[in-house]
Write a protein that binds this ligand. Structure first.
Ligand SMILES: [Zn+2]
Length: 327
């Protein structure tokens, strides 16, 4: 049976993962699912698909349910959500790496991995895509997919300047889904954002060290040179983009058609032409004391990822951390 190629977008939230997910999803032969980890809760609450239909009414997701399980009505979605929560958490990653040490956990992990294997195969069959994109972001999701039979997993490690990420998490953003319309998304303090940024990026550094094929991408480069970066990602993922594959991008503009993403930031609902622009509002609006705090806390990885220019003085950390190379 043909193996399912999955490209997992990983990194800290507010780093442009939905943007990259949307870009990849426009390429012929590529199917983007958005933050696929939220499928079960989406089915439970019949949330909005990226196409605007309720997930259970969306023809694409109905086809996936049919192919994977013979229809969603055969699946106890609440039980799946419960099983997912028992298996897929960032703090369970050590268990995923050596499940033999925890027999009770291993039994749940193996059971959930079998479900995911069927689910991704269902997506492949329903979409006919050569590459499936999952922009879940959490490193636990990538470690988990590494345990799923029949998948060829690759990762895009997407990084954005920690000050931009922390500023974004400090702002109030309304949730776009009908069920939560007007309710604010989570907010984090600069200190907490810094810890999350370090933790998420460190998780993907570990995956890279473990040999999971990984492509490093900076949000700022993606926005400034979208076509070059997208073609680089596709080539690394084994998709040879022909001249037309990325023709929806012209200079700083790109044209988006509707998709079937199950979750993500409000941008997943955008269709039509959009103009890409680096969001660096933090440089003028993030209070200096917050900016300094984030710079100091995230300094080692900021330097490694090439963001030292806007940061505090070099205090010697560079000696022990190499600058991340493009691969
Ligand atoms: Zn849909």
């Amino acid at each position: 049976m043909r193996r399912v190629k999955v490209l997992y977008i990983g990194g800290c939230g507010r780093s442009g993962s939905t943007l990259l997910d949307r870009m990849l999803g426009q390429v012929p032969g590529v199917c983007s699912l958005g933050e696929f980890t939220h499928l079960w809760s989406g089915l439970l609450h019949n949330a909005e698909c990226g196409c605007g239909a309720a997930i259970r009414d969306c023809p694409f997701w109905r086809a996936v349910g049919e192919r994977a399980f013979g229809g969603w009505e055969t699946v106890d979605v609440a039980e799946m959500l419960h099983l997912q929560r028992a298996v897929q958490r960032q703090r369970y990653v050590p268990f995923m790496m050596v499940p033999a040490l925890w027999p009770t956990y291993r039994e749940k992990l193996e059971r959930y991995a079998r479900v995911l294997s069927e689910l991704y195969r269902g997506v492949q069959e329903a979409s006919g895509a050569a590459l499936i994109v999952d922009s879940t972001k959490h490193y636990s999701g990538a470690f988990l997919l590494g345990r799923v039979a029949g998948l060829d997993l690759q990762v895009v490690h997407l990084v954005r300047d920690s000050r931009g990420v922390a500023f974004s998490w400090s702002k109030t953003v309304a949730r776009p889904e009908a069920a939560h319309r007007g309710a604010p998304m989570n907010r984090y303090s600069p200190g907490r954002s810094s810890c999350r940024w370090l933790g998420y990026n460190a998780g993907f550094e570990v995956l890279d060290r473990l040999g999971v094929p990984s492509t490093f991408v900076r949000y700022e480069d993606l926005v400034r040179s979208p076509r070059i970066e997208l073609e680089r990602i596709l080539e690394r993922a084994g998709v040879q983009p022909d001249g037309e594959a990325c023709s929806f991008i012209e200079g700083p503009e790109m044209s988006l058609r509707a998709n079937h993403t199950v979750a993500g930031n409000p941008m997943r609902f955008r269709v039509g032409n959009i103009r890409l622009r680096v969001d660096d509002e933090w440089k003028s609006k993030f209070p200096p004391r917050h900016r300094r705090l984030v710079s100091v806390l995230t300094q080692p990885l900021l330097v490694r990822y090439g963001y030292a220019g806007e940061g505090p003085r070099d205090d010697g950390h560079r000696a022990s951390f190499g600058v991340r190379r493009y691969a």
